[in-house]
Ligand binder design. Structure first.
Ligand SMILES: NC(=O)c1ccc[n+]([C@@H]2O[C@H](COP(=O)([O-])OP(=O)(O)OC[C@H]3O[C@@H](n4cnc5c(N)ncnc54)[C@H](O)[C@@H]3O)[C@@H](O)[C@H]2O)c1
Length: 270
């Protein structure tokens, strides 16, 4: 496989929501895409997400860019290795890695720090921290050989400000907090190799899935809205714009940073 001149981005959790918006924005900015998810089959439309084609791959290809789909559970290191192998076999290079796969899946009703089962913390760390670490470690030989690369991790406002959820969601917040600190440690280590590592920290993002569950889970209330200086919830494209900044050439002197993209909800340094 000859190394193409077009930059290549790997985006995890790209089947819907924020990850899909990131993949489409990077494609619009001229990158070829490797889109990764546990399940990339078209049933990801079940939350009513509006799409311009039947699959994310079709949407990217309609923009004239190439797209490769890899399915698997990134809690398993072997899956991350397969993502990198298939990316290199297909496109010959990896310029950008976006670690977006994850979520706040631990039961919220038992998520205060005083009562959370340790198993919930383990589950969240495996999903939100291990998955990203697996991908970073798997991609490192490729980026080191190229002496360049940009890694963007997707954190969460609740990891920076516990008041966001009134002290709830501790397992999720801790797993994303570990990802924030990993971002800084890795940036320190691999900066001399020409590799940058940054983190985007979203507040509430009005994805189709979040809106689908909003009323039932008490998300998106007037109180939530009034805690945001810009008085609106984020769109997936708001987050994608920040990821694209870290992924692209406008940020070549920026590494180890955590950027809150939350309408000003967190106004203290992260
Ligand atoms: N939506 C929000 O309000 C919000 C706020 C802050 C942070 N975040 C973070 O942003 C990221 C994306 O959120 P979203 O709301 O778009 O999520 P989502 O649940 O709508 O989509 C998650 C995607 O990740 C994939 N995925 C999940 N677990 C995986 C695994 N183990 N291996 C491989 N793929 C996996 C799913 O297949 C899916 O494509 C998550 O890390 C989430 O924690 C979201």
């Amino acid at each position: 496989m000859t190394r193409s001149r077009t930059p290549v981005a790997v985006v995890t959790g790209a089947g819907r929501g924020i990850g899909r918006a990131v993949a489409l924005m990077l494609a619009r900015r001229g990158m070829d895409l490797v889109v990764v998810g546990r399940d990339m089959s078209p049933d990801y439309e079940r939350y009513g997400e509006e799409m311009s084609a039947g699959t994310v791959q079709d949407e990217i290809e309609a923009m004239g860019r190439r797209a490769l789909v890899v399915e698997g559970d990134l809690r398993d290191r072997a899956v991350a290795d397969r993502v990198v192998e298939q990316s290199v076999a297909g496109f010959g290079r990896i310029d950008v890695l976006v670690n977006n796969a994850g979520g706040a899946l631990a039961p919220p009703e038992r998520s205060f720090g005083s009562q959370m089962p340790i198993e919930d913390l383990d589950d969240m760390i495996r999903l939100n921290t291990h998955s990203a670490i697996h991908c970073c470690q798997a991609v490192m030989p490729v980026m080191r050989e190229a002496r360049s690369g940009s890694i963007v991790n997707v954190g969460s406002r609740v990891a920076i400000d516990p008041a966001t959820a009134g002290g709830r969601l501790a397992p999720y917040a801790m797993s994303k907090g570990a990802l924030v600190q990993y971002t800084r440690h890795l940036a320190m280590e691999v900066g001399p190799d020409g590799i940058r590592v940054n983190c985007v920290s979203p507040g509430i993002v009005a994805t189709a899935r979040v809106m689908h569950f909003a009323a039932k889970r008490g998300i998106g209330t007037d109180d939530d809205l009034n805690a945001i200086p810009l008085r609106r919830f984020a769109t997936p494209d708001d987050i994608a714009g920040a990821v694209a900044y870290f992924a692209g050439e406008e940020s070549t002197y920026v590494t180890g940073q955590v950027l809150s993209v939350d309408g000003g909800a967190v106004l203290t340094p992260s």
